[in-house]
Design a protein around this ligand. Structure first.
Ligand code: GDD
Ligand code: MG
Length: 337
């Protein structure tokens, strides 16, 4: 089976980390996000993917010049301008000739890390004869997502993208993995940006052609500082066990430092008496003597000066220097870029 992977968004919610690279090229532990996504697809039997690219496409082309990612053959479709999620699907599907075939294909949001059973989704799609079949995950706050109520047979009743929390009719949300028939592509106008969530899926729903599979498998959209942090702590826990930290072998952690449930990248230095808890330290960053990093993300090559503190889901961009003794709480540095 073949898959379109959507990776063309601006990654606005993860700025400033996405100022220099697209969201899906940010690391999760030791590998870019896209490799985790490609690996999951490869394990499900996907033999070729096409990246639907928009923002900073060269980051992917430079990292995977051979056209292989996590062992899966990979092609590129670079949009001339942002086409929206549906426009991107149409544009990238044409690159693989999926629009001229008669086989269903997969589409995934490239910022989702999940253990979803893709085979089960494909089986449901084939048995229902739907035009599209999508995976759903349960979340506490559906207002950030596409909310998708279904009937007893799995037929989608409505597709409501980012509703007010109080009006969401279900806590099952669009998990960003779709099996689509080529016929669905013909619905997408080619001359403008089109959202699959706001336009294409609601049109298919109106004709009763969209089905969904509810799944309790591990699922997270890593597109915000909170979830970018959480997914790495989860992945670290899988590798190292509960409450342990994932520390790259080239990192240096002073014996007097306190490190708890942290992800510490290549070449990082954590100096004497520093405290790092539930945080991610990007490659080459430095946490100075006596400083504290709590529930925050320190970007690559950034420096937290001696005695400084970083708290409350703060994000430090690439090579940023926080002055000695400074305090940062629920803030981004640099801000507003
Ligand atoms: N090529 C291309 N072109 N890709 C795009 C574009 C575009 O114009 N716009 C967004 N993308 C990519 C992003 O890079 C991301 O991988 C994916 O499409 C989804 O976009 P996000 O910006 O991350 O959307 P979201 O997280 O707010 O919402 C989406 O995902 C939720 C689940 O994670 C929606 O699909 C929701 O319905 C869904 O619940
Ligand atoms: Mg997202």
């Amino acid at each position: 089976m073949r898959a379109v992977v959507l990776v063309g968004g601006f990654g606005t919610r993860l700025r400033p980390l996405t100022q220099h690279r697209p969201k899906q090229m940010l690391p999760l532990l030791d590998r870019p996000m896209i490799e985790w996504v490609a690996e999951h697809l490869g394990r499900a039997g996907v033999d070729e993917i096409v990246l639907a690219l928009g923002y900073k496409p060269e980051a992917f082309l430079d990292a995977y010049p051979e056209g292989t990612c996590a062992g899966v053959r990979m092609r590129y479709a670079v949009e001339p301008e942002p086409l929206g999620t549906a426009g991107a699907i149409r544009f990238a599907a044409a690159e693989l000739g999926l629009d001229r075939g008669d086989e269903p294909f997969l589409v995934v949001n490239g910022d989702v890390i999940t253990d979803l059973d893709i085979g089960e989704l494909v089986d449901l799609h084939r048995s229902s004869g739907a035009e599209g079949t999508i995976a759903l995950s349960p979340v506490d706050d559906p207002s950030r997502y596409g909310v998708v109520p279904i009937d007893r047979d799995g037929r989608v009743e409505a597709f409501i993208e980012k509703p007010d929390a109080s009006t969401a009719p279900s806590h099952w949300i669009n998990a960003g993995t779709y099996v689509l028939e080529p016929a669905l592509l013909a619905r997408i106008p080619a001359d403008r940006a089109v959202s699959v969530e706001r336009e294409t899926f609601p049109a298919v729903v109106a004709e009763g052609g969209l089905y969904a599979l509810e799944s309790d498998a591990y699922w997270i959209d890593a597109g915000t500082p909170e979830t970018y942090l959480r997914v790495q702590l989860d992945l670290a826990q899988r590798r190292t066990g509960p409450d342990a930290s994932w520390i790259h072998p080239t990192a240096t952690v002073a014996p007097t430092a306190h490190v708890e449930r942290a992800v510490i990248g290549a070449g990082v230095v954590v100096a004497d008496g520093a405290t790092v808890v539930r945080s991610v330290l990007g490659a080459g960053s430095r946490v100075g003597a006596g400083s504290t990093v709590h529930r925050s993300v320190v970007g690559p090559a950034a420096i937290v000066g001696d005695g400084a503190s970083v708290h409350g889901l703060s994000v430090l961009g690439d090579a940023v220097e926080l002055a000695p003794g400074a305090a940062l709480r629920s803030a981004r540095l640099p801000d507003g870029e």
